[in-house]
Design a protein around this ligand. Structure first.
Ligand code: SF4
Ligand code: SF4
Length: 204
């Protein structure tokens, strides 16, 4: 008879004392280990809508849709396809919002009845549109995030400082009318890169 190896013997004795490693799921709710990396979840308040997570996801489990039809309420919808995710954690690692815009949770239960509608989680972020051509520039929180990072350099970008001032509700109407007098009022609008270039190069 072959004698068991010491390591296996120790494991067997431990299991006898501690009980089985497996849980009694589904009879009892399974509680994962505190370090278990489960399904990632977006955090509505911390996410700034930058799309870095969408870029790095290796399996296409993250996506987004810009909804711009309602001009008064344009928004970016960030989508997490829970049936595609492999819980790799790349999205959290790449998140510019101190890794808090999307974060692994302890969620592991993924069963659902309607895959098409239930296998997804979404959040909405307010979108900033170009005030001339209406194309999306970035999420408002993302513009604020950039402005916070670069500090006084914000004033080198009209789009950044104007969105900042508009958020604070302190855009100076005197400045706007001064530019209007010169026929260049578009210059003090929040613009996409193309409209900014065209507005700077033309005088009407
Ligand atoms: S955990 Fe990995 S697979 Fe899942 S959404 Fe994040 S990057 Fe994509
Ligand atoms: S802030 Fe983080 S979670 Fe939000 S879009 Fe950017 S990378 Fe993704």
């Amino acid at each position: 008879m072959k004698l068991p190896k010491i390591r296996e013997l120790i494991e067997a004795i431990k299991a006898l004392v501690k009980g089985p490693y497996t849980s009694k799921f589904p009879k009892e709710a399974h509680v994962p280990h505190p370090n278990f990396r489960g399904q990632p979840k977006y955090n509505q308040d911390k996410c700034v809508g930058c799309l870095a997570c969408v870029e790095v996801c290796p399996v296409g489990a993250l996506d987004y849709k810009d909804e711009t039809k309602d001009r008064d309420n344009p928004k970016r919808v960030l989508i997490h396809y829970t049936d595609t995710c492999i819980f790799c954690g790349q999205c959290e690692a790449a998140c510019i919002a101190d890794h808090g815009g999307i974060k692994a949770s302890g969620d592991w239960e993924l069963s659902f009845f309607d895959r098409k509608h239930e296998a997804r989680e979404t959040i909405d972020k307010e979108l900033q549109l170009c005030e001339v051509c209406s194309s999306p520039i970035a999420c408002k929180d993302h513009l604020r995030w950039i402005s916070d990072r670069i500090g006084e350099l914000t004033f080198s970008s009209p789009t950044l400082y104007l969105s900042r001032l508009k958020n604070l509700g302190i855009v100076d109407e005197n400045i706007i009318s001064a530019f209007k007098d010169q026929g260049r009022s578009d210059r003090i609008k929040i613009l996409c890169a193309r409209c900014r270039r065209e507005t700077t190069l033309t005088t009407k």
